[in-house]
Design a protein around this ligand. Structure first.
Ligand code: NAP
Length: 202
């Protein structure tokens, strides 16, 4: 398959790229450092990339920012960034990306465990993650030409915990997280939130 991978240089994105590489062509995208330059926070950037990318079998996104901050301290700017980047950035990948996806292809987005398992400081992220999951469920119903739409919801990634000097015990290695994206790309499910479970972490 020919697969556009947004966030290809990130912790999760690099692992997805490695998992896809043996049997798929990966078109890496990020704001910098990739052959395809894309800023999902900017609708025009997505439109421009999609106009030039040709047909793809799948679009995968492991990118987008949301702000972690206690509720009383969250500013208008924090909400605006979270909504524009992680949420609308990925919503717009569906809106502007569908036309580039072949019949029966797929789009896979990324939410996160805080949608269902909130923690103090995570309200803006919970908002965005839950919104993405709701949007994807609905978008899957309306996607044309049997295109499938799913969301992968990771918990903490081991490499991220280590980078933040946190206990890695509760994490899932990025390589194991990447396998859930492969399920979404190569499987038949649509409208699903695929929750990363640590039981198959390897
Ligand atoms: N890591 C975790 O523990 C974890 C857990 C649950 C959910 N998630 C979610 O998974 C996603 C990826 O996480 P990660 O830890 O892999 O992040 P990361 O290591 O910070 O990597 C993010 C990737 O996305 C790209 N990117 C960031 N903003 C972008 C934008 N506006 N437009 C296009 N590309 C952009 C980055 O490259 P550039 O900076 O060059 O653009 C990079 O390739 C995030 O949405 C995160 O909330 C992560």
């Amino acid at each position: 398959m020919r697969i556009l991978l947004v966030g290809a240089t990130g912790t999760i994105g690099k692992a997805i790229a490695s998992a896809l590489a043996p049997r798929h062509e990966v078109l890496a995208a990020a704001r910098s450092g990739t052959a395809n330059v894309l800023n999902i926070d900017k609708p025009e950037s997505i439109r421009t990339l999609m106009a030039g990318i040709g047909r793809v079998d799948a679009i995968v996104c492991a990118a987008g920012q949301a702000v972690f901050r206690p509720l009383p301290d969250l500013t208008d700017e924090d909400f605006a960034l979270s909504l524009h980047s992680k949420m609308m950035g990925q919503v717009n990948l569906i809106r502007f990306g569908l036309a580039a996806v072949v019949d029966g292809g797929s789009i896979t987005l990324t939410s996160g465990t805080l949608a269902q398992n909130p923690i103090p400081g995570g309200a803006a992220i919970s908002l965005v993650n839950a919104g993405l999951e709701g949007f994807a469920r609905a978008a899957a119903l309306e996607a044309p030409r049997q295109i499938r739409v799913n969301v992968v919801s990771p918990g903490w990634v081991t490499e991220t915990l280590l980078a933040n000097r946190m206990d890695p015990a509760a994490g899932t290695p990025a390589a194991a997280v990447a396998q859930f994206y492969l399920q979404a790309i190569e499987g038949r499910m649509t409208g699903q939130t695929i929750v990363v479970r640590r039981t198959i972490a390897g």
